[in-house]
Ligand binder design. Structure first.
Ligand SMILES: Cc1cc2nc3c(=O)[nH]c(=O)nc-3n(C[C@H](O)[C@H](O)[C@H](O)COP(=O)(O)O)c2cc1C
Length: 184
């Protein structure tokens, strides 16, 4: 059994709900980055002990939130010691617009994992992009690098499209499954 940690920031709860679904699929522990960009007590130890780390952030102004970026910069201490070398990594981002520059935020998560010498897990799912596709279909946003989620700007936390939540759970399962395979 591999150990997976989902480390995420959420300003208003939407990304947190996504994180819960990813963690559900991965049977992972959640570590929340707080409003000041800090981890809770023991958070860094949990990340260091994990086989797989999944990053999560809302897309704010076309990139990760500043709180997530503070966490990313703070991880340079781990980078110096190669503490996360060869771990498995995944990532997700959530924003209001169907596109909304989620892709640039996602690439920053993938780059962060690569800086740490990690093994990145793609979404691994076909897009639902026919005329008949709806928000209830998995991967209706057509992600490939990682998990993309849309929370319309007037949607409450409970109104995140079911297709996105199903995709989140499936992606969590995929990251954990591949981490377990690599662990041997
Ligand atoms: C400061 C700020 C910047 C935002 N920038 C974007 C953006 O670039 N693209 C987009 O689609 N949505 C953007 N949004 C909308 C959020 O991504 C969206 O509301 C998301 O669900 C918030 O997640 P959270 O509740 O976890 O904070 C922005 C919201 C805020 C508060």
């Amino acid at each position: 059994m591999s150990k997976t940690v989902v480390v995420y920031h959420s300003g208003y709860g939407h990304t947190e709900r996504v994180a819960q679904h990813v963690a559900d699929g991965a049977e992972a522990e959640l570590v929340a980055i707080d409003a000041e960009g800090n981890l809770p007590e023991g958070g860094w130890d949990k990340l260091n002990a994990a086989d797989a780390i999944i990053f999560g952030t809302p897309t704010y102004m076309g990139g990760p939130s500043w709180q997530f970026k503070k966490f990313a910069d703070a991880s340079s201490k781990n980078w110096y010691g190669r503490a996360w070398q060869d771990k498995v990594f995944g990532g997700f981002t959530n924003s209001a617009s169907p596109v909304g520059d989620k892709g640039t935020a996602m690439i920053q998560l993938q780059t962060l994992a690569s800086q740490h010498g990690g093994i990145w897990v793609s979404l691994g799912m076909l897009p639902a992009n026919t005329k008949a596709a709806t928000h209830n279909d998995s991967n209706h946003l057509g992600g490939s690098v990682g998990l993309l989620v849309r929370s319309p700007s007037d949607a409450g936390v409970e109104e995140i499209p079911q297709g996105d939540l199903d995709t989140a759970k499936a992606y969590g399962q995929r990251v954990a499954r591949l981490a377990a395979r690599l662990r041997g």
